[in-house]
Design a protein around this ligand. Sequence first.
Ligand code: IVH
Length: 666
Amino acid sequence: MDAKNEIKHLRSEIARHDRLYYLQASPEISDFEYDALFARLKRLEAEHPELVTPDSPTQKVGGAPVDGFAQVEHAVPMLSLDNSYSIEDVREFDARVRKSLPAQESPSYVAELKIDGVSVSLAYRGGVLWRAATRGDGAVGDDITENVKTIKSVPLRLKGQFDPGEEIEVRGEVYIPRSDFEKMNEEREAAGEQLLANPRNATAGSLKLLDPKMAAKRPLSVFIYWLRAAENKMPDSHSGCLDMIREMGLPVEPNAEVLRDVDALVAHLEKWEDRRSELDYETDGMVIKVNSMAHQRALGGTSRHPRFAIAFKYPPEQKETAVVSIEVQVGRTGKLTPVANLEPVRLSGTIVKRATLHNRDEVERLDIREGDRVLVRKAGEIIPQIVAVVKEKRTGAEKPFAFPEQCPVCGSETSRQEGEVDVRCVNPFCDAQLRERLAHFCSRQAMDIENAGPSLINQLVDRGLVHDFGDLYALTREKLESLDRMAEKSAANVIEAIDRSRKAPLDRLIFGLGIPMVGTRTAKQLADEFGSLDAIASADAERLTQVTDVGPRVAASVKEYFERDAAKNVVEKLRGAGVNMTQERRSEGPRPLDGLSFVITGALSRPRDEIKRDIENAGGKVVSSVSKNTNFLVCGEDAGSKLEKANKLGVPVIDEAALARMLSPS
Ligand code: IVH
């Protein structure tokens, strides 16, 4: 077989195995054999790049990133459906449908589970997928072709014979299966990343990724429920459309059913109320469609909703269970969150063991006690809510819950700022906040320890390798190499960055310590005024307030920070590790930019932070917007409104070279 024919053969085999795997769930070959076919195809295509076509399965890994999404006008508007919330509503819908049809006609219905995902339109030409779009506002959506191409169950070529220019459009719902969603969140939790709220949001986010290679990694899937084809090919019923969609190799939700009248329909809706929670995808109801296409045409619709279909929404599932205990967790920012541990119940497909109680006010509002019977509900979000306490079922043995006055992790006092609902632990050394503190210490504006991202920091904390900033300096390449996803090269890079940070300027160290209320600017002023960490640590409040930005509250915060034993220990550890703790005092003697105010704009040769630091080191001030008080606008290429404003106000405009001359006047 020549390369061209072998490629053709491999593609159709891979497409067939994809269908067997993703549509029929009955694979004929092992993953290993499948991978071998795929690898062979990839090799042949690499050897014969002229034979690569957009419908090749190798194109499913994701193409080049895009800057944004082009707009796509839908040939037929993508309408949404009218909602109904009760069986009565559904019977009324049936009555309306009958009234609009000739008396002797008795409409049958198709009921489809309403997948809670993101609707998309897929356009095929000559059987090949050429464009995919989001619903957008119904008339115009985003072109998300490159991302949709990476969805495993979306065929790049339809099964069957098609004329070269023949257009077929299908629409459906992209979703992330529950099991995959839970896996994604487990991975996020392990990496210390923020959890995704629900599969629908995760799906929408995935489709809007600008890098298709990232989208290819998301476990997206699709169900198709709508078809537009040439008139002579259109089936005369909706169930016929579903059959045709299936025959073309597109996935259709397997539980769609034709119901002969409204009674059968109602029985079907009731049957699925509980059953839908067993599916591996989220559904929020049932879509009911008049089956006959002739009836559909006769019924028509308004500009927003068709009259031949309706969405029936199930109420969010709610269950009763018992509160085993109430605990208070301390988050990364010191926030105290009360959480109820529950007797496990199955709710909308997952086992619920905990529910957040949000904050102190909510605990008081619910008057929730350990041992209480409560109603829990999952309303779209992953974290279940407690709807109410079933007070009639109280026996008197329930234990009222007292919100702790001290931090449950470190025992320090807690505080609640005026106007805030959250109670926080005030101890900046609280163990619960360790990860966040480390991330801050390593950040670019602080010690600039590159590559120390959340995943590394989490591992360091989880394995007990790092308890405070000082421990970072005791890390070795060998220790780092023992961590997950840490190759030799990256371990060496991290060590090098840590090493480099020993020489970081004093103001960055001060900022990196994370003293409450001390930002980059105050840190700079403290460094300039005192010249060493020790001088700052031993200064009294009055001396501290001599610094421009330091008022009584900041001074108190600095003093309180350095008075803690934990701070003293960390400072000693850092000193022992050879971290720089001094700089020249800058408050004496005039500096070249004293009293001058700068605005920076446009594309410059160095990061803005750096330029800003240089200006501040020389006594200048950098502000964000141009006013008549601005002394200079430092301007790079492609400057916009700031340059305009400076010209209008007569503010002198200088380039980087001129700034450099001002910084070090010879
Ligand atoms: S039919 C004219 N069928 O629910 C037909 N929609 O407001 C319009 N949906 O935007 C849609 N499953 O995103 C239809 N089997 C299904 C569906 C479904 C989910 C979504 C779709 C639509 C919304 C209805």
